[in-house]
Design a protein around this ligand. Sequence first.
Ligand code: ATP
Ligand code: MG
Length: 760
Amino acid sequence: PAEPSSALLDGLNPRQREAVLYRGPALLIVAGAGSGKTSVLTRRIASLLETREAWPSQILAITFTNKAAGEMRERVRHMVGHASDGMWISTFHSACVRILRREAEVFGYASGFTIYDSGDSRALLKRLVKQYEADVMGLGVANVAARISKLKNELVDAETFSRSVNLSDPKEALFLTIFREYSRALQAANAFDFDDLIAQTVYLFRAFPHVAEPYRRRFRHILVDEYQDTNHAQYALIRELTKPAEGIPAASLTVVGDSDQSIYAFRGADIRNIIEFEQDYPEATVVLLEQNYRSTQTILDAANAVIANNFDRKPKNLFTAGGAGAKIVGFTGYSGHDEAQFVADEIEQLHRGGMEYRDIAVFYRTNAQTRALEEILIRSAVPYRILGGTKFYERAEIKDAMAYLIAVANPADALAMRRILNTPKRGIGQVTETQLANLAERNGITFREALRHAADLGVGPKVAKAITGLSDLLDEATAMTAPPAEDAAPIPVFDVLSLLMQKSGYVDALRASRDPQDEARLENIEELLAVTKEFQRNNPDGLLIDFLTETALVAAADELDDSSGTVSLMTLHTAKGLEFKAVFLTGIEEDLLPHRMSANEPGGPSEERRLFYVGITRAKERLYLSLAMTRNSYGETSVSAPSRFLAEIPAELIDWRQSPGMTGPGAGSRAAGSLSWSGGVGSGPAAQKPKTEWTNRVTGKVRDNGDLELAIGDRVRHDDFGEGRVQAITGTAAKRIAEVQFDTAGRKRLLVKVAPIVKL
Ligand code: ATP
Ligand code: MG
């Protein structure tokens, strides 16, 4: 084959180059964080295309998030131009949805199937658990959901499970019943849950080789990033795709990974997949990358020191040619608020020093930690966005609107139908809902069809009218979504959603409400309408079903939008594969990291350490580690202890600071190795800490300064920063921001609405 152009190989080290140029059946790239694994994968694709060894359609690349897929596609396009169109670069889930949409009819699903996210699955399981009173047997919803997910990731379906289960154990027997009913309900709704997407594709390929054959022929080059986090089902899928098709050899497989970054064992990820790769693919070539191109040596030294405490690994040391860089900054706060204030202040300082907000990230172990952070960031007018957490698509009003669309696209989806039946309130009660469900069941029709028979239910004329009204509305919307005649453009999803939201009375109900939250809900609906507009711009021929597919797959990290200048907040799990100039790791305390749940699981603490390692290695230039001596949760204050992981970092790498009000031995020792709260909480800090009531403890609401009249030149007093003068005012209403030059605390940006300030 032709040599790829030198531009493609530019700057690569010899081993990266070898990996890009390798041509053969199987390649394993194992390397530490930031050593260019993802970059090499990207260049490999570009080089295959550039030399015309492969058509774009012959390439399947699997990434961890849709966001990462988008980035990789962009980079390849940048290197080889539009020769890259038609590649499949996607997550496991998206690739499987694409396959299932085309092929699922072979095994009895309609191509308009619904994808249940974890909230949907739980709603369904909740009903079953209640119906069988399973929680008295110790089978709670969360427990059942986790177990079913795990089994599906092991490719064990309800029938397979029934063959191994001990039926004389009543708990096991009941679990089997629920697992079965759950699977049946999904099938009846023409729906797949997230785990099904992969497991069912594997079943499909195994049961119908003629369906798998064209994919084996088509994909000549399969590349998988973050291979250490594949679970058994994903592994099996790759196995299926890399079997030889008739008359042609198996596809060439490239996988890259780092066993030190395996953080998904709880989801069934199997580190053995990477360790045993050489056995599964005996002809495999292994390339090791060692040099790190992301972080300073200080950051790498910390990462190396921490991960060295895991015994179940091959020794490996990250190094860079880039120099030591700044020291790590450690901070010990008295409370979670102190910690958050530190984070906000440092962010402002970095920003003033010229760093963009988008180059800064704050990580935490659990979503619950965001509340204090958010409060302070809002107050300091630091623009931020949360990845994961209560995601846009998990909000109730968005789920309502989506349920309307799903009810239109997939008439079999009873869950969606039940959700919208009396939303907004139209007087259709629980009894009527059950009657409709029974009617559907008895006659073997869908829930939606049952609406047409409202007259047979024996309900009052008002209720019957409401049901018929909904039924007619859905019919009207369905007619709009029919595939368009040739040459015609489809009716935009925007129009369909507008119709549904208007005619159903949903929007009117929110407008009429006096609940201030409903105003925000209305804004969210408008945001969703904007999303449909954008979708149509990017996909002029996109149908409703395409829109639903796209939105169902938006994973946590996908909300990250580089173009926006915001600080990114996310859990450590979401941070994988990403990089930022400055990273704040918060809550580095026992019970948070390692998380208290991990103590009971085999390998739990090691996995938590890998999570910490992943966090550290995201940082390019600046790393901050912070913790709080006390935390409030559920209205109670508890005392926390420094994470054992902190003591694993050589003390000379960290420059420790502490809350201004803190003194005494326990208040943040200078040496990480001796960190402990020997001082105790009762003595000292509590009394010295200036009290700041930002929130009304009774209502939990933040103070509202919305109406405060402020002009440039006004003097103000801030609870924490003291007195200062207003220098500039931007934005209006809830988004009004004042820049204040404080006499001693420096210049700060404050969100007027919530800032604890008074005009003097
Ligand atoms: P992770 O394990 O965190 O996923 P990775 O191994 O995939 O990391 P990349 O994200 O590919 O690493 O690369 C890390 C950084 O190093 C990126 O900013 C990338 O552009 C840069 N980089 C990679 N290789 C080189 C090189 N040869 N010269 C200069 N920079 C490089
Ligand atoms: Mg990577």
